[in-house]
Design a protein around this ligand. Structure first.
Ligand SMILES: [Zn+2]
Length: 475
């Protein structure tokens, strides 16, 4: 490269609002895997004369999300019709928010403390789904009218990593406040990105290209990497970047031009005459603000400061609210932060990952796992037993740890008398090593500890065994 370029990225994130019913009708939003067009009504099919009604829950969840993104909430907002024709849009327009959205400007901080500005969050309804076949195009309107929020960022991101970190943090925030499940596999979260390049040191933005409809973090990153390289090469060859909209072809791993600036839509926005505007009192906004949970960034910071977790472990354990709650419950029950972190991250999530299960499908509750860890802390179980046979039995049966310990007949050797008995037995059986230890060969004690552990079937605690052996040998 002859020149050094700076990348400028902005993101639009579409997330489905978690609600039982659609944005403007009472059809269910749960149509994943349902037969096509089984989840529709005259309103979301755009029949003449239909009358939409705003879903209050969706507006509230939009406001909660906006507040968590540090956005201003205006007292007045309204819906507008965004007019265009496409077979997946039976009304002939999308109901969206044009100039007076439910939220104003905000920001979030991403890793490294960089602040990314948010232009606004607005509400809208989704289109249907088209499937192109050799015999024609099939229309499924189950998703038509599903509630969406669109979060528009400022062009504040300067690298692929930063754009990805921003998108992932927005996802965490939306899940923390319960505004969206953001299940990528069910298409609940999609990204459009704007990307342009400019010579380092130049204030003016370069010509931006829009890449639409990315449905995973991986495709977001790959599309960005491709687009940056493509634009860099064009600029280096003295070519002009065309302002256009491109799509992402995941199989070919490239962006493809879809339409140029001259084909840009004129949506002829006008206020939706069938819906009243949304008015929110300031006192209500304050209540929503108060009701916000501890947000991911603060929870991670607290995990680091309060529990001494590494940034890496804190990021993992605070990824979603259910996981963070589970972890804190295991700490509460067991009283041991370090062991709780290790059992949740390594043992439990190891098993869940192996079986491709989510935490909500875990056969072991937080209370049960906490009790298991507590039994180690109390010296009633060795760490190896807990991690091994006891955990596996709990995981496959869902039984409480104490029931499993009973069933497996794990006679736990923890009292001093029982350990002394075993130590004496081992001392008698191995006069050679005993003589070595007494003769000053310190390391030979390891052998004796090992023998006692074996006698206790792994249930004794090695430091305790070592201490009792030393006492009995008069060391
Ligand atoms: Zn409907």
């Amino acid at each position: 490269m002859l020149h050094a370029y700076e990348v400028v990225i902005g993101l639009e994130i579409h997330a489905q609002i978690s609600s039982k019913t659609k944005m403007f009708c009472s059809c269910s939003t749960d149509s994943f895997g349902k037969p096509p067009n089984s989840n529709v009504c005259p309103i979301c099919m755009g029949f003449p004369g239909m009358l939409p009604a705003t879903n209050k829950e969706c507006v509230e969840k939009g406001i909660r999300a906006a507040l968590a993104l540090n956005c201003e909430i205006p007292s007045f907002s309204k819906f507008d019709r965004k007019n265009y024709f496409y077979p997946d849009l039976p009304k002939g327009y999308q109901i969206s928010q044009f100039d007076q959205a439910v939220s104003g400007k905000g920001f979030i901080e991403v890793e490294g403390g960089r602040r990314i500005g948010i232009t606004r969050l607005h509400l809208e309804d989704d289109a249907g789904k088209l499937t192109h076949t050799s015999r024609g195009t099939l229309c499924d309107y189950n998703r038509s009218g599903a509630p969406l929020m669109e979060i528009v960022s400022e062009p504040d991101m300067r690298s692929v990593a930063e754009a990805s970190a921003y998108a992932q943090e927005v996802r965490r925030i939306l899940r923390y406040v319960g505004s969206s499940d953001c299940d990528m596999e069910k298409g609940m979260m999609r990204f459009d990105l704007n990307v342009s390049l400019r010579p380092v040191g130049q204030d003016e933005f370069g010509t931006k290209v829009e890449v639409k409809n990315l449905n995973s973090f991986r495709s977001l990153e790959r599309a960005l990497e491709y687009e940056i390289r493509r634009q860099e090469e064009m600029l280096e060859n003295g070519q002009k970047i065309a302002q256009e909209t491109r799509g992402w072809d995941d199989d070919k791993a490239e962006t493809v031009s879809q339409r140029g600036k001259e084909q840009a839509h004129d949506y002829r926005y006008f206020p939706e005459p069938d819906l009243p505007p949304v008015e929110v009192e300031e006192s209500r906004v304050l209540e929503y603000k108060k009701e916000l949970p501890e947000l991911p960034r603060l929870r991670r910071a607290r995990f680091v400061s309060e529990y001494g977790l590494s940034e890496h472990d804190a990021l993992f354990l605070a990824e979603e609210p259910e996981r963070a709650d589970y972890f804190e419950e295991v700490i509460r029950v067991s009283g041991d932060m370090k062991k709780a972190a290790s059992f949740v991250t390594t043992i439990l999530f190891g098993a869940l990952k192996r079986d491709q299960r989510s935490l909500s499908e875990s056969p072991i509750s937080a209370r049960q796992l906490g009790t298991l860890v507590k039994r180690i802390v109390e010296g009633k179980l060795s760490t190896n037993q807990a991690k091994g046979e006891v955990f596996e039995a709990m995981y496959s049966t869902g039984k409480d740890p104490d029931a499993v310990i009973d069933e497996l007949g794990l006679s736990v050797v923890s009292d001093a008398g029982a350990i002394d008995e075993l130590c004496k037995k081992v001392i008698e059986a191995h006069p050679g090593p005993v003589a070595d230890v007494q003769g000053g060969k310190e390391q030979a004690i390891g052998f004796l500890v090992g023998q006692v552990m074996k006698e206790s079937r792994g249930t004794a605690q090695p430091p305790v065994v070592q201490e009792r052996l030393r006492a009995l040998l008069g060391l």
